[in-house]
Design a protein around this ligand. Structure first.
Ligand SMILES: [Zn+2]
Length: 335
């Protein structure tokens, strides 16, 4: 398990303030890729630790800490979709049934025996649910029943970057705990320490989420698409939408859409304030490009990207989606 990140000091202190009067459920919310799960796991471990340090962090030496780090603590459960567990285990899934991206009702029902027993070690029992928006309808309703009949010293930590997708009845049962995205400076400094090249650029690509930036930098995920896409959209007059969609069709559409969203954000920002956020190296180019584009058309394109993003993980025809987006982009500019 990862230690706390440098930008989490304040959040950690705020959590310590809650220790004396813990609710039955806490909702950790904030942007994707900023370390919410790691914070929740650190908090869970520290609650179970026999001799936490003065700052509340777990000792990492007691038997409880050892169990926790070996994923075998009897008073702890991590509930996440099978697809995440499989990805962490590095399982090959060729031919096999695709692991679910949802948290199923059976996973929540399995908790009932855990919830009804008293703690093995006499202290807290902690359940981390991540990401909480992956709870399917039945699972969410089942969890709601558990939250409606709280058990003493049983704490639920729900982790989400899409709280709007959770049932309002679940939200109302949780104490909300917001985690902030670190400043670009803090994020880039941390990435540099992790050995990520061009930390500022890597960070900007992901919307300033350091862990996501680290993941993308390590896997190279999305970087090839970004280079191909960037070289084409910088010169819209020469852009061949169909050929470009063809060369990008093997990519995960989410990376292409993400990059277009950032480019579009910068065009809008350049038009209204003369500043850019995600493509600082292309700032002058963007300002010049956007001069001939009507604001209304830019706004419509931004909306189209947002809609495409919502269905990006299960598009009916990814190539068609990309073609349509790139054609719309091309049409922003005069012929
Ligand atoms: Zn300990």
């Amino acid at each position: 398990m990862k230690s706390l990140y440098p930008w989490q000091t304040e959040s950690w202190q705020a959590l310590q303030g809650l220790r004396a009067r813990l609710p039955h459920a806490l909702l950790f919310k904030g942007a994707e890729g900023i370390g919410k799960l790691d914070l929740a796991l650190n908090f869970a471990q520290s609650l179970l630790c026999e001799k936490p340090h003065a700052d509340g962090t777990a000792c990492k030496e007691c038997s409880s800490c050892h169990w926790f780090e070996q994923d075998s603590h009897p008073d702890f459960r991590l509930i996440q979709p099978d697809a995440l567990t499989a990805a962490e285990d590095g399982e090959e899934k060729s031919g096999a049934k695709k692991p679910s991206r949802e948290i199923s009702v059976d996973q929540i029902r399995d908790l009932s025996s855990f919830a009804n027993l008293s703690a093995h070690c006499g202290g807290y029992r902690v359940v981390v649910i991540h990401p909480a928006e992956a709870l399917n309808n039945n699972a969410a309703n089942s969890l709601l029943k558990t939250l409606e009949e709280p058990t003493d010293k049983l704490l639920f930590l729900l982790v989400t970057h899409k709280p709007q997708q959770l049932l309002p009845t679940i939200l109302s049962r949780c104490l909300s705990f917001s985690l902030h995205t670190p400043t670009p400076e803090a994020g880039a400094a941390w990435l540099a320490q992790q050995g990520v090249a061009n930390p500022e650029q890597a960070l900007a690509q992901t919307g300033f989420a350091p862990l996501q930036a680290q993941g993308w930098a390590e896997s190279g995920e999305g970087s090839e698409e970004r280079i191909i896409l960037l070289s084409a959209i910088r010169q819209p007059a020469k852009l061949d939408a169909l050929a470009l969609a063809d060369s990008l069709q093997r990519s995960a559409p989410i990376h292409v859409i993400h990059c277009l969203q950032q480019w579009c954000h910068d065009m809008i920002s350049a038009k209204f304030s003369g500043a850019v956020r995600y493509f600082p190296e292309q700032a002058a180019e963007i300002i010049e490009l956007v001069d001939s584009v009507p604001s209304g058309a830019l706004m419509r394109f931004q909306k189209e990207l947002l809609e495409a993003r919502r269905s990006a993980f299960h598009p009916l025809n990814p190539k068609l989606v990309l073609e349509s987006l790139l054609l719309s982009y091309r049409q922003l500019f005069p012929v």
